[in-house]
Design a protein around this ligand. Structure first.
Ligand code: F6P
Length: 549
């Protein structure tokens, strides 16, 4: 497979990056009245403006050439066709099949994927209706009022992020809670106000081996059994979503209560599967389908639109441009919509667990920067916390600004204040303010020369800081589905361009293995094993203090 840095277009982009670093975006705007039209696209539910990046037409031409030269379109088609593009785990990558609303047949390794998905959606729908309408009863015959989802990583972040984003669409038939942390404080706090006879636990774990989830699930089971004095209550209060049916049944969950997952769905791409059960329980099955519809619409756009107008491709290539060629090391996700307050946490896993790697498909060390670290917060909160860094630090942090034209919960006067900030920030980050402007401004305010000399350098904003603006019409299930799928496909394209295996996560295994051994050592009579002096001393200190407490 091609070494990326040897591609002529890669080298052209490196040279071009040096030229562009001498430009200022403000000049590019001043020189081209049509810049917004040139560098923005409108899709049915959203507008993507990427004109505030350090790009010109040559940049975009080269980036699209790179996408073509590394066969993005061919790899995309392989994914949708169910080829085993997850090389290191020898699996297909078919989360896209979970939301393929066309119902066209797809057979992979003799398995009728379309039929499996249809059947699984049907099972979800029946279950969701039973619970929401109160036909599913707890051990004492009462209806279920509270759902507790137990899962972590992809078995938590996706469904919880969506539940939060769409909470205004819930009819409150049930209350949904999420437990992900093995810190007992979370499950204790969650269970404290709940009544065991009215709670349904959804144990979400693709592998059904994840220590944190299993520990929380056992605690929940003990809580239920000690309240009901009845082991058979488990079948009325526990369901599982997993690809490991054997482990789930061993745990005590009856096979009728297991929603199936498949090895071709990666955990961080799984909210479209049974892992989305808490979303459907909260909103109703029809809204869950609208979420899938939105994702399908984006998948269709991704498959059918020329690269130049293809939102996931544009976002991916701009990220490659900003990070690999211009040297940015992190990227901020800044939603200006309260409902999207978990989006950056969700995208952190989606992008960093997918592409936070440093060997190519062939196992060679990459000799270029790969993906940025992803971080962020609600924009307004960020403005009063870390935006100082975005505006004036000597690290450039490209940022995605995500806002909505209409608020789902309009409160007189709030939305325009919110959106005024949304528009102001990207303008400020792009244009900045130079010393001449700062001096003129201070002079106009009547300041003396000495004061101006002293203060001016502190007030200069260099600007030239790249942002994408993603303007949604309004957060609703369909739009949210499109937004999430857009980012998923962006991550896919980045992986192809950077030659990264996006669908494994070997990097999380080392720590897991060590933790399992250390847990035994933490027992009062556990022998502390062979560690470096720091780790050994920390464990010894912990045990000594614990023995005294
Ligand atoms: O340890 C990381 C990880 O494997 C993620 O990839 C995954 O989303 C999460 O743990 C949870 O895994 P599971 O669904 O198998 O419990």
């Amino acid at each position: 497979m091609t070494t990326r840095t040897q591609l002529p277009v890669w080298q052209q982009l490196q040279q071009h990056a040096e030229q562009m670093q001498a430009c200022h975006m403000k000049t590019l705007f001043d020189e081209d009245a049509d810049r917004f039209n040139r560098f923005s696209i409108k899709l049915p539910q959203l507008l993507l403006d990427y004109s505030k990046n350090l790009i010109n037409q040559d940049t975009m031409g080269l980036l699209m050439q790179l996408a073509r030269d590394v066969d993005v379109e061919q790899w995309r088609d392989k994914m949708f066709a169910g080829e085993r593009i997850n090389f290191t785990e020898d699996r297909a990558v078919l989360h896209v099949a979970l939301r393929d609303r066309s119902q066209k047949p797809l057979v992979v390794d003799g398995e009728d994927v379309t039929a499996e998905v249809t059947q699984s959606l049907k099972a979800m729908e029946e279950f969701v209706e039973k619970v929401r309408q109160g036909h599913w009863k707890g051990y004492s015959g009462k209806r279920i009022t509270d759902i507790v989802n137990i899962g972590v990583g992809g078995s938590n972040l996706g469904p919880q992020m969506v539940t939060e984003a769409l909470k205004n669409y819930s009819d409150n038939s049930v209350n949904v809670h999420y437990v992900s942390n093995v810190d007992g404080a979370q499950i204790a706090d969650t269970l404290r106000p709940l009544s065991p006879e009215k709670v349904l636990f959804v144990v979400s774990s693709k592998t059904f081996t994840t220590t944190e989830t299993m520990t929380n699930a056992r605690t929940a089971l003990n809580w239920l059994v000690s309240a009901s004095f009845d082991q058979s209550a488990v079948s009325k209060h526990f369901v599982a979503v997993t690809a490991n049916i054997e482990n789930a049944t061993k745990f005590g969950i009856s096979e009728d209560n297991i929603f199936k997952m498949w090895d071709w769905v990666g955990g961080r791409y799984s909210l479209w599967s049974g892992i989305g059960l808490p979303i459907a329980l909260d909103l109703g099955f029809d809204k869950f389908i609208e979420l899938l519809d939105g994702a399908y619409e984006m998948d269709t756009h991704f498959q059918q639109t020329p690269l130049e107008q293809n939102a996931p491709v544009l976002l991916a290539m701009l990220s490659v441009w900003n990070c690999t060629f211009l040297g940015s090391q992190s990227q901020a996700i800044l939603p200006y919509d309260q409902t999207l307050h978990m989006l950056s946490a969700y995208l952190q896993q989606a992008e960093m667990e997918s592409n936070g790697k440093s060997v190519t498909w062939n196992g060679d060390e990459v000799d270029y920067a790969t993906v940025p670290s992803i971080w962020g917060e609600l924009g307004i909160n960020g403005q009063h916390a870390f935006y100082q860094y975005l505006h004036q630090s000597n690290n450039v942090v490209p940022a995605d600004f995500i806002g909505s034209v209409a608020s789902v919960t309009p409160v007189q006067g709030h939305h325009e204040t919110l959106m005024a900030n949304f528009f102001a920030q990207t303008q400020a980050l792009m244009a900045g303010v130079n010393e001449q402007q700062v001096r003129a401004d201070l002079k106009a305010k009547g300041r003396n020369e000495e004061y101006i000399n002293q203060l001016a350098p502190h007030k200069v904003h260099k600007g030239n800081r790249p942002t994408n603006t993603i303007l949604l019409q309004r957060i609703d299930p369909k739009t949210l589905g499109s937004l999430i799928a857009m980012y998923e496909q962006k991550i896919f394209v980045q992986g192809i361009v950077l030659q990264i295996c996006s669908f494994d996560q070997w990097g999380v295994e080392l720590g897991k293995g060590l933790a399992a051994n250390i847990q035994k050592e933490l027992e009062p009579d556990g022998e502390v094993g062979d560690h470096d002096s720091s780790t050994a001393s920390l464990i010894a200190y912990y045990k000594a203090i614990k023995a005294e407490l």
